[in-house]
Each structure stands twice: as C-alpha cells, then as structure tokens.
Write a protein that binds this ligand. Structure first.
Ligand code: SIN
Ligand code: CO
Length: 380
C-alpha cells in the first residue's frame, strides 16, 4: 500500500546513509495519502494503554509536557502545541503498512511509528535521538534543521523534555507531504511546523550491551537448569595463597564463553530480539482448528495483527522450523517452511495457500496457536 519511490535505491541508501549520515528523500512517497488524521490521533490518545503526550511552548517561553490518556484537550492544547502518539503501527493496519515500506531494515531493528500533529509554529525543540528515524511528512509543511553529531549537553526546560542548545545546521529544508528525512542516531535536529501538520516517525531500535547481557543472564539462569561447575583436578600449589592465576581467570572466562556459544544463549537472544510491547488483546473464547479450517474454506483470511513483527534465525534443524513472536518461540515441522516465508512477511493466509499446503494439520495447529495468542487474527 505504501511503496517508496523507485528513485530511492535501497543499496545506495544502506551503503552511504544508514547509520552514517542524514538524507532528505524528496517525494519518497509520491502522491502520499495520510493514513490517519488529527482527529483519529486525538481519539487514540484518549485510550488508556496508548502512550501519548502533548508538548507545548507558551508565549512566556515556558515549555509544558502533559501525558495522556487525555479526556479534555481544551486545557492542554495551549500555545504552540504538538500531540505525539507512540506505537501507532500497533493499532492501525494502515500505519503498519507505512512501516512495512521500510522493511529493507529487518523487523528486529524496527521499533514503532510515532505520529505527531503540530500546530503552525510548533515543535519539540532541538534534540538528539538515540535511534535511527525516518521522518515522513504528512499533511502540511515542516521546516527541519539537522546538525552534525557532537558533545551536546542536554537540558530540561521541563522535567519530561530533553533538549539541547541550538546547533549549526548542515541541512535546512522544508518538507512537504510525501517527503522523508532520514536521521541516524546522535544527529541533532529540530522541526518546526510551518502549517498545522502531521509527521510520521518510523523509528528503529538497537539493543545496548548491558540490556543484552541482562536478558541473556535472566533467561539462562531461570528455571531449574544447573550450569557446569568450575573444577581443577590438576591444581598445582600456588605461589601465593591470595593469587588467582591468569590461567584460572581464563578458564572461568571460558566457562562464560561456552555459555555464550550455546544454543540456549541463541534462544535467549532470539526471545530478546523478538520482544515487542504489543497491546494486550482480549482473545475471549479460544478458536479451534476445525473452526479455522471452516473459516478459510468459506473464503476467510487470516492476517497478522498490526505491529506484530516475527523473527527467525538462520539456524534451523532439518526437521523443525522455529520462529519467535514477542519473546515466544513457535516450532513447526519444516514442511511449513516455504509457507512461513510468506506468512511471516505478513501475507494473509487464504484458501489457496491452505489448499497448496501439504501439511494442513500442522498449518492449522500453528494458526490456532498464533490466533489464540493474539498475533494473527481472523479478519472477516
Ligand atoms: C515530532 O514529530 O515532533 C518530533 C520528531 C522527532 O524529532 O524525532
Ligand atoms: Co527527534
């Protein structure tokens, strides 16, 4: 539904810009149609489980930040204000489709789509972000300034708003609907609405060393699994009772590297890299394989829920295929591998796919699990 213009070359982008330098992609989406409007956005920000905020700059120079859910916009939409709503790809198929246009970056690196609606003159001030972002301009026009990475000291004009001092702009552009600005982590930027406007921030994530270690440690030490214990049957008398030798330290480090080289560690990493904050879905009564089969045969479609981003690794056994969704592993016979290649990309499961499958029972079992977890749905 949203396809990047053929003037945009993925290989050139990855080679020259991704994580290296910003890029203005004029008419990255030709004839861009906003998948949402400010009223839908305001409606979403009224929901309990949606993360939203309103940042405003007042005539006296004071910045304000209010957090959703919002029940009354009158008092918070004052001055030059911006409504920002996080994770909208999880609530809307259309926004999810916009994010899919960037799937030349793998799912595990994708975070979410944040949408902002800014009134004329508004912005959130100069700042840096830790993650890569494609800023897709929706309706209205917005001026963007981008500087170069440096030692910018953050300051807080409001406790929930991090900004930096002004910077020298290397890029100074006005984006119109369909234009895209890519910004790598750490590049200072500042956007100011020139008219009431919508901006879609397609954001990426990258795990941090400590976060990886924490998750892997938690996973490897959970449950009843007993690890190997250090042993030293060839111990020779130490030169000093307080001394730990380099050989001993290296043997201990070796125990850790063995753990890190294990399949358990790979599995822990896969669960980390697939973890998303998907909204809680009320599944209600669980669906059976018979019901799914009847539904598909009557022409029903089974689709991936918006925002759901499965992942799989290259390491698979001959008999099984395992993929992960939101931290959970799903293992199926490898006979489903080819179908899963399509399904995990977001292709809906229809009767043709079903008829062509030579392992319908396994497919039905898998679909039942995915639907009953809320990751795929019978979309009627
Ligand atoms: C915005 O949409 O107002 C801010 C986006 C950003 O600077 O990352
Ligand atoms: Co930013």
């Amino acid at each position: 539904m949203y396809t990047l213009s053929s003037d945009f070359t993925i290989s050139t982008f990855l080679k020259e810009y991704w994580q290296k330098k910003p890029l203005v992609i004029r008419q990255g989406f030709t004839t861009f149609v906003d998948p949402i409007d400010e009223h839908d956005l305001a409606g979403l920000a009224q929901e309990e489980d949606v993360d939203s905020r309103i940042v405003s700059l007042h005539d006296d120079g004071q910045w304000q930040v209010h957090h959703g859910p919002f029940s009354d916009y009158e008092t918070v939409c004052q001055g030059k204000w911006t409504l920002l709503v996080q994770g909208v790809d999880r609530y809307s198929d259309d926004i999810n489709a916009l994010m899919e246009a960037f799937n030349f970056i793998p799912y595990w690196r994708m975070d979410d789509v944040m949408i902002s609606y800014a009134v004329d003159g508004a912005g959130v001030g100069p700042h840096t972000d830790q993650y890569d972002v494609f800023l897709v301009q929706g309706k209205g026009k917005r001026a963007w300034r981008v500087g170069v990475p440096g030692n910018y000291t953050p300051h807080y004009p409001h406790k929930d708003l991090q900004q930096i001092n002004d910077f020298e702009a290397q890029i100074d552009v006005v984006l119109a609907p369909g234009d895209i600005l890519y910004i790598p982590p750490g590049w200072p930027h500042d956007g100011q609405a020139l008219q009431d406007c919508l901006t879609y921030s397609v954001g990426f994530r990258a795990p941090e060393q400590h976060q990886i270690l924490q998750h892997v440690t938690d996973e490897l030490t959970s449950g009843l699994k007993q690890g190997l214990r250090y042993s030293d049957p060839n111990l020779s008398q130490p030169r000093h009772p307080a001394l730990i030798t380099s050989t001993e330290l290296s043997a201990l480090r070796g125990m850790l590297s063995d753990l890190l080289a294990s399949t358990d560690c790979d599995n822990a990493l896969m669960s980390l890299l697939s973890t998303q904050h998907l909204p809680d879905t009320d599944i209600g009564i669980l669906v059976t394989t018979d019901e799914i089969s009847a539904y598909i045969e009557e022409g029903g479609l089974i689709t991936r829920t918006p925002g759901c981003k499965p992942v799989f690794s290259e390491h698979q056994t001959d008999s099984d295929f395992t993929f992960y969704v939101n931290g959970e592993a799903f293992t199926t016979p490898s006979s489903l591998k080819e179908l899963l290649w399509e399904i995990l990309k977001g292709e809906p499961v229809d009767n043709t796919m079903f008829i062509n499958s030579d392992d319908k029972a396994s497919l039905l079992n898998l679909l039942a699990q995915l639907i009953n977890h809320g990751y795929w749905e019978m979309s009627d």
